[in-house]
Design a protein around this ligand. Structure first.
Ligand code: ADP
Ligand code: MG
Length: 595
């Protein structure tokens, strides 16, 4: 085929693939438009799981007659004028892509009237082509009907799930938006029957009762926490509801997070919620949670992906901690309320420990700062071994000590401090281990060893959304593609200055939300003069590592300590920072005046 420019309709259809995955995506975009238009009542109708028809009606601002056609053009928006506006965005939309995308793959009819205009407009597009545009006497606000979604893109039709699945997704979406906007009345009609309605009273509790039912509601506790701004961290407000450990689910889909009114799918924040239940839920059980995170708009980048479901925080650790703390505090407070039922605690993952009221209390009281290891010291086999430990492998005391063996003796994990350090004990005293630095060291040595041997183990990336880079960064990545491939990271160009990850090192498997920051960091580091290979390994090791601020369970701490013991250079991370502080028995004795 000779080269030709694609027509606007084809361009819109291709772009639609990014915005509109399924009927629920259409509902989401149209509800967001209604919310942006200041609606107080939003009615959603869906027929056959949204395949036949999706209709969203609102009593918002409406669209001025002379702008209606333009609203369906690509990149046409009333919400943003320059890229600078992105940092102070208060609307849900800004890309100007939804209406054009939806119209290109369905038959759309819109009735709209701006409040102070006498006459409204009716417009109809089929497969992106205008078929009708005329004045119409309609109520103020907007009604948009989307029929026969994907009628002209049969390949996408095939990817739809069963009708019941699509219905459930639309229902879930609606209840969640109703919770994020309790001041707006949401009504959902499914195949002609009312399936959900919120009152618009402004009370979140009202909506939560309707969404989950009264019985479940009684097992939810309110989350309300406000982190004041500190030197370098912004103010972060976290509110919503989270379940007591009695109400748990088998998967994490009932953890819902909104950031500044935007529903986000952020696996790291979801993890923060799960971690807040550390020892209160068995491993494979998850809470029911709805949280609203409020943070200054300039602290969040919402322009990460066309569906806007991904966001990036300027200070992800601060947000992670704020969420974790808020949830933890809420369940702790609930447990301490007089007359309240006590919850069980769980140790060693899924093994339930019988009701132990005192332990749950004492456990929780010092848990916010310090999560202790509940295992009695004597049961730890390592503690027993300590006595017989060969003095030769002891850690040298200070620079004058014997330099030869720099490996670590077996250590017994005592607990975690400040969600950042692991406290451990060995034959030669106490060790305070920086969890992130230590884990980085572990990954770094493992990567080096793998490269020298069978190669780095990698697996298909599940998060293959395109990653936008600056042109110089994209060039740097392209230039080092082979090197990165040897490190287990297979990147492919995806349009100008954009890449997608195809394979990731297996050590990143659980941390794929870190992929985007990793690739950006790689581009920056590889752009600097120096040993590119070394830089890449350090960068991957650090991004695959647990971060500071992450609460670790006993097993995770054990795993890190065990592997650090086996490292060639356990005392510092690849960049030369200390991984641990060692206080010898003598030093401790001196500090306490025992000598
Ligand atoms: P975006 O929301 O990113 O601006 P859309 O394609 O979703 O892009 O919508 C294009 C424009 O159409 C919006 O900027 C807005 O001005 C107008 N619009 C869409 N839906 C509505 C609505 N329900 N009420 C009022 N205006 C709307
Ligand atoms: Mg929009």
């Amino acid at each position: 085929m000779p080269i030709e420019r694609l027509t606007d309709i084809v361009i819109a259809q291709i772009a639609a693939g990014e915005v509109v995955e399924r009927p629920a995506s259409v509902v989401k975009e149209l509800m967001e438009n209604a919310l942006d238009a200041g609606a107080t009542t939003i009615t959603v109708e869906a027929v056959q799981g949204g395949r036949r028809l999706i209709r969203v009606s609102d009593d918002g601002s409406g669209i001025p007659a002379q702008e209606v056609e333009l609203a369906f053009a690509r990149h046409a928006t009333s919400k943003l004028r320059s890229a600078d506006d992105l940092v102070r965005l208060f609307t849900l939309g800004f890309r100007g892509e939804a209406l054009s995308s939806i119209a290109s793959i369905s038959r759309v009819t819109m009735l709209t009237r701006q409040r102070d205009e006498a006459m409204g407009t009716e417009i109809r597009l089929e497969g992106g082509a205008l078929v009708r545009h005329q004045p119409a006497g309609v109520p103020a606000g907007t009604v948009i009907g989307v029929e026969d979604l994907f009628f002209n893109t049969p390949a996408r039709l095939k990817f739809l799930k069963k009708e019941t699945t699509e219905k459930r997704m639309i229902g879930a979406l609606l209840t969640r938006y109703a919770m994020a906007y309790p001041g707006v009345r949401f009504i959902y009609n499914q195949d002609g029957r009312e399936a959900f309605r919120s009152s618009g009273s402004g009370q979140l509790a009202d909506v939560v009762v309707r969404a989950f039912g009264l019985e479940s509601f009684q097992q939810l506790v309110e989350v309300a926490s406000e982190e004041p701004p500190r030197d370098d961290t912004p103010a972060i407000q976290v509110s919503g509801y989270t379940s007591t450990p009695d109400l748990a689910r088998g998967d994490r889909t009932q953890i819902t997070l909104f950031v500044n009114g935007r529903w986000v799918q952020d696996s790291s924040l979801t993890y923060a919620v799960i971690q807040a239940y550390h020892t209160l839920l068995p491993n494979n059980r998850y809470p029911v949670t709805v949280l609203m995170v409020e943070i200054a708009p300039e602290e969040v980048d919402v322009n990460v992906h066309p569906t806007k479901a991904e966001v990036r925080f300027r200070q992800p650790d601060a947000v992670f901690q704020a969420v974790q703390r808020a949830v933890r505090e809420a369940i702790v407070a609930a447990a301490q309320r007089p007359g309240e039922r006590r919850f069980r605690t769980y140790e060693h993952d899924s093994r339930a420990v019988s009701m132990q009221t005192p332990r749950w209390n004492s456990h929780i009281q010092h848990d916010l700062g310090l999560s202790t290891n509940d295992v009695a010291p004597a049961t730890d086999p390592i503690a027993v071994q300590d006595d017989h430990f060969d003095a030769d492998t002891r850690v040298p005391h200070g620079p004058e000590g014997p330099r030869k063996p720099r490996t670590l003796p077996p250590l017994r994990v005592v607990g975690q401090v400040g969600a950042m350090y692991i406290v451990a004990e060995g034959p030669a005293g106490m060790y305070l281990i920086d969890q992130h630095a230590a884990h980085t060291r572990i990954h770094y040595e493992a990567l080096r060893e793998a490269i020298a041997g069978e190669g780095v183990e990698s697996q298909a990336a599940y998060n293959s959304s395109p990653i936008d880079l600056t042109q110089p960064d994209a060039d740097t990545i392209e230039q080092h593609r082979d090197l990165l491939q040897r490190c287990g990271l297979i990147l492919e160009p995806f349009g100008p200055a954009t890449v997608v990850a195809r394979q990731v090192p297996t050590i990143m498997a659980d941390r794929q939300t870190e992929l985007r920051p990793l690739i950006r960091a790689l581009a920056a580091d590889l752009g600097e003069p120096g040993d590119a290979f070394e830089a890449a390994l350090m960068c991957i090791a650090s991004h695959a590592a647990v971060r500071a601020g992450q609460i670790l369970n006993n097993e995770q701490m054990q795993a890190i300590v065990r592997r650090l013991e086996r490292c060639q250079q356990p005392h510092d991370d690849p960049a030369g920072r200390a991984t641990l502080i060692h206080l010898s028995g003598d030093q401790l004795a001196r500090e306490f005046g025992r000598t």
